[in-house]
Design a protein around this ligand. Structure first.
Ligand code: PAF
Length: 301
């Protein structure tokens, strides 16, 4: 079976079909390679590349999946306009590869390769509880779409480990829960958020920001830091949330949520919780940004 190559001069192999990938992986596994999976929707930036770098450190072969997953977009979201930049992504991975001797393989399937039954697909993965909170409440069906595609990618690749960014913190928790509940033999590794110089968390959706919005956008991270500082000064969680939300609203953000939670199941925290996470989603113009800040609570009172 041939491994499909998008461009012969790229040193990164690109595979489009599940049988071709399985064939390639069987040979690699026979050779004793340790396989890491980095699931992405493409339009790669430094945040994704940090996942690839972390994967390369622990595995001898990294599979980067590039698949804009329709199942995790609701009809009013940006599935059709989501940036698809496969050639640039491959070039970035090829450049990244120069700093590592590891094998990198891109799995870039078409939608009907992953969902051949289309609308008739009958099996989905749901992680209730966690999925219903915060991001899940604002985007019904989102985590079902994520859990289903990630589970399917795990079944296709059967990696030893998989890498996810902490920027999508709730997604990371949902995946960890799914792996635990279904006894999936994959180690889940998380990688810290990569930020622009002004603090904005890197995201493919940052491209949607106008110049004026881009210069305001780092206020989201500043609001998280302000809320954290208020909590550390002894302000109640509710007041800290309200004040940080007001700060963002005054800057022109439409705040979807800004909440302080315990970091395991994202439930309301006890006052004495040793560590906390502040999670926020806010719209600036047409762009929906999310971010979070995890911190240890050292209360002096
Ligand atoms: O974080 C993402 O890019 C996506 O949600 C993921 C994990 C690749 C699933 O489509």
């Amino acid at each position: 079976m041939m491994v499909e190559q998008v461009k012969a001069d790229y040193p990164v192999e690109v595979v489009r079909s599940i049988p071709a990938l399985r064939h390639r992986l069987a040979l690699l596994k026979q050779d004793g390679e340790r396989i890491a999976l980095v699931p992405t929707m493409g339009n790669l930036h430094a945040g994704h590349l940090s996942l690839v770098t972390a994967a390369n450190r622990q595995a001898s072969c990294t599979i980067v999946s590039i698949f804009v997953n329709p199942l995790q977009f609701s009809p009013d979201e940006d599935f059709s306009t989501y940036p698809r930049t496969l050639d640039e992504d491959i070039s970035k991975l090829a450049l990244n590869k120069q700093s590592s001797p590891n094998r990198i393989l891109v799995f870039a399937p078409a939608v009907d390769e992953i969902y051949p039954a289309g609308e008739q697909q009958a099996t989905f993965v749901e992680v209730p509880g966690l999925s219903a909170r915060l991001e899940g409440r604002s985007r019904p069906g989102f985590f079902r779409g994520v859990a289903t595609v990630v589970n399917k990618l795990f079944n296709i690749v059967q990696p030893d480990m998989a890498f996810f960014g902490e920027k999508d913190y709730q997604q990371l928790l949902v995946i960890r829960q799914m792996v635990q509940d279904l006894a999936l033999p994959v180690e889940i590794c998380s990688v810290p958020t990569i930020r622009e110089a002004d603090g904005l968390a890197m995201s493919s959706r940052n491209h949607y920001l106008t110049e004026a919005e881009r210069s305001k956008s780092s206020q989201l991270y500043q609001a998280l830091q302000a809320a954290r500082d208020l909590v550390l000064e002894g302000v109640t969680f509710a007041d800290a949330e309200t004040r940080a939300t007001r700060q963002l609203t005054a800057q022109g953000f439409e705040v979807d949520y800004l909440r302080i939670r315990e970091p395991h199941l994202l439930r309301h925290p006890q006052v004495s919780e040793p560590s906390l996470i502040i999670l926020a989603a806010a719209r600036l113009g047409k762009t929906r940004l999310i971010d979070n800040l995890l911190f240890a609570q050292k209360r002096n009172h």
